[in-house]
Design a protein around this ligand. Structure first.
Ligand SMILES: NC(=O)c1ccc[n+]([C@@H]2O[C@H](COP(=O)([O-])OP(=O)(O)OC[C@H]3O[C@@H](n4cnc5c(N)ncnc54)[C@H](O)[C@@H]3O)[C@@H](O)[C@H]2O)c1
Length: 443
């Protein structure tokens, strides 16, 4: 008989004997997609979980998945349908929490992986949340503001069944921001008949958003990167930094590294790659991007091919675009001694191994980019009390949480002789499964 007190009472499940499959039927076993990376990461951490390994299947199976059809009127009077998802990977430690992505390549597997990484991330920095994520399969650049508003409002209504301030709290991700969060908050509030600011985070400051949220993820990338550089004896002044992705995360990270004396030598975004040995001023790059719609042709920089970006002479590499960017095709060319993962899932496990063999330190996504969800947590807490903190308070608390999390996880890494990624998974998965064991199975 399984009890909550004795999680070791039975041997781990024999999935074959039970006729169960590790890969659910809604994924293609021959092409699992990004969720395969997460499953592999769980396999790697299992030997370190001790008795809690009894519960490890919990991590491999998302708690709840909602797939929705989003029909909207386009501006030309026709009707278009879009595929939308909301996945709640785990809620053992609290309500699900994680962003909403608009991208033409969004798949269920990707949203599952992103939701699982949120579970790990929230546990890694000890926020009282589980993990969730959502997405719509759309290229938002091709649609008008009105169309995107109708899309966002219909999607919010469709997933309104399962979200809520104490159930599941969305936030921005790729191609969504404060504007979409305002629409989501308003739509949810209209549906429940009261203003509910705590249903999403990353809102505009005038609607219950938090100061410091816009830069929070990039700031966390900088704080954990700077702590790692201290551990590795790398000076910040003049350190050469290459950044992939120049959006919410990449731009803020580049700006803050630059502000602390580092030199941004290369930037890549969807429009191209720029390089300057003398260093790129992120403010000039942003102004140029806003003016011309691209980062290429910035005066004082030369253009590189997409692939040349990976071989750039740099000390620190910040992938802050999309997943699966660092692969076996480029990991051996990376010159950086330190990689700080601003994006979610930018490094495939085989490349991670190669980097470890080459002595490259990786601050993993589930730690490095946790600054965003940490300030989202502050926003949620402020919304509950309707009492708002100053930006100094927020940045101070954020810096402290990120630096302390980094240092304690670095200790775990040293103690077990593992990579920082495995150390984060050990601590986070232990916290999640401890909660699972203590709560027990219902009924
Ligand atoms: N925004 C947050 O608070 C937050 C928090 C945690 C993690 N993340 C992760 O960080 C990553 C970036 O998110 P964001 O919010 O900055 O998104 P964003 O939409 O603001 O920016 C994405 C950037 O990536 C670039 N990009 C897209 N495709 C590319 C490609 N093929 N090659 C090179 N560059 C490409 C875009 O041009 C853009 O500069 C994502 O993996 C996201 O999940 C974001």
């Amino acid at each position: 008989m399984t009890t909550t007190q004795d999680p070791q009472a039975q041997p781990p499940q024999n999935t074959q004997r039970l006729g169960q499959h590790t890969i659910p039927s809604y994924l293609d076993p021959n092409n699992i997609g990004p969720y395969e990376i997460f499953l592999e990461q769980v396999e790697r951490v299992t030997p370190y979980l001790g008795k809690l390994a009894y519960w490890v299947e919990t991590l491999k199976r998302p708690k709840r998945i909602l797939v929705v059809d989003i029909p909207i009127h386009l501006d030309d009077g026709t009707v278009a349908h879009f595929e939308g998802y909301r996945v709640q990977h785990n809620t053992s430690r609290g309500p699900a929490k994680g962003g909403i992505r608009y991208h033409q390549d969004v798949t269920l597997s990707e949203v599952m992986a992103l939701s699982a990484w949120m579970t790990v991330k929230n546990a890694a920095v000890n926020l009282p949340y589980g993990g969730g994520k959502g997405g719509i399969r759309i290229d938002p650049r091709k649609y008008s503001t009105g169309e995107l508003e109708r899309l966002t409002r219909r999607y919010t209504t469709e997933i309104g069944l399962i979200i809520g301030p104490d159930k599941d709290i969305p936030a921005p991700d790729v191609n969504t921001g404060p504007r979409e969060m305002a629409w989501m908050m308003d739509t949810y509030s209209m549906n429940v008949g009261r203003t509910s600011t705590g249903v999403v985070t990353g809102k505009p400051v005038t609607l219950g958003g938090s100061l410091g949220r816009a830069d929070a993820t990039g700031r966390g990338v900088f704080v954990t990167g700077a702590e790692a550089m201290k551990k590795l004896g790398m000076p910040m002044e003049g350190a050469k930094v290459a950044v992939q992705g120049f959006g919410n995360v990449g731009e803020a990270a580049a700006r803050i590294f630059h502000g602390h004396g580092a030199k941004i030598v290369a930037i890549q975004d969807v429009t191209g790659t720029i390089y300057s040995e003398a260093g790129i001023d992120p403010a000039a790059a942003l102004a140029h991007l806003r003016q011309t719609g691209k980062i290429t042709d910035l005066p004082g920089t030369e253009e590189l091919t997409r692939d040349e970006f990976w071989g750039v002479d740099c000390d620190v590499l910040v992938p802050a675009a999309l997943e699966k960017q660092i692969t076996l095709a480029n990991a051996d060319r990376i010159k950086a001694k330190l990689i700080v993962e601003g994006a979610n899932g930018p490094t495939i496990p085989a490349a991670d191994d190669l980097l470890a063999e080459r002595g490259v330190t990786v601050v993993p996504d589930v730690l490095a980019n946790a600054g965003g969800v940490t300030v989202s947590y502050f926003e949620w807490v402020q919304d509950f009390s309707s009492f708002f903190w100053t930006e100094e308070e927020i940045n101070g608390r954020l810096d402290r949480i990120m630096a302390e999390a980094f240092l304690s996880l670095w200790d775990v890494k040293e103690r077990h002789g593992v990579t920082l990624r495995t150390a984060v998974y050990i601590v986070a998965c232990t916290r999640v499964l401890e909660a699972r064991a203590l709560r027990g199975l219902y009924p």
